[in-house]
Design a protein around this ligand. Sequence first.
Ligand code: PNS
Length: 169
Amino acid sequence: MNKGPRIAVYPGSFDPIHEGHLDIIHRCRPVFDRVVVAVLRNTGKTSSFFPVEERVEIIEAVLEGFDDCRVETFEGLLVHFMDKVGARTTVRGLRAVSDFETEFQMALMNRRLDPRVETVFFTPKEEYSYISSRLVKEIFLLGGDVEGLVPPVVRRRMLARRGGPAGAR
Ligand code: PNS
């Protein structure tokens, strides 16, 4: 039986993508033939740092050269998007026990919505386990340096929004 390519969808807000996200992407690459990074287009949310299109641009830049990865946006239910791209597996990162409850709930809900969908969890490298997009934004907005927490391109884009040094790496 030809099961077709193993496609994983890694969904999230990615506002912005950080080193923990990137680590998860690289961990799931050897396990799947293709990884679709799916950025949620949340129309109701107004307080984002980067607009969705810029988030996509940034992730594309970060994943440049990785031909097994592509970036898309989605709105509505994740399971509908997965069906559209022919994926049966969704990938999520589990940083700590505190993530578990929400992730478990989402995994079961997605399975209820579409019993063909499986959720696979990857754990990031320990040094990334405390990074979240929320904290990255908070640190940045309060004048802290996000170097090492986000890929260099993200830091540059964040600084550009603040009107910081254009060449900062
Ligand atoms: O990066 P985040 O904010 O933790 O990602 C959450 C995300 C985008 C994975 C989740 O909110 C989601 O899948 N939203 C789509 C709507 C949906 O399918 N809801 C029902 C399943 S719980």
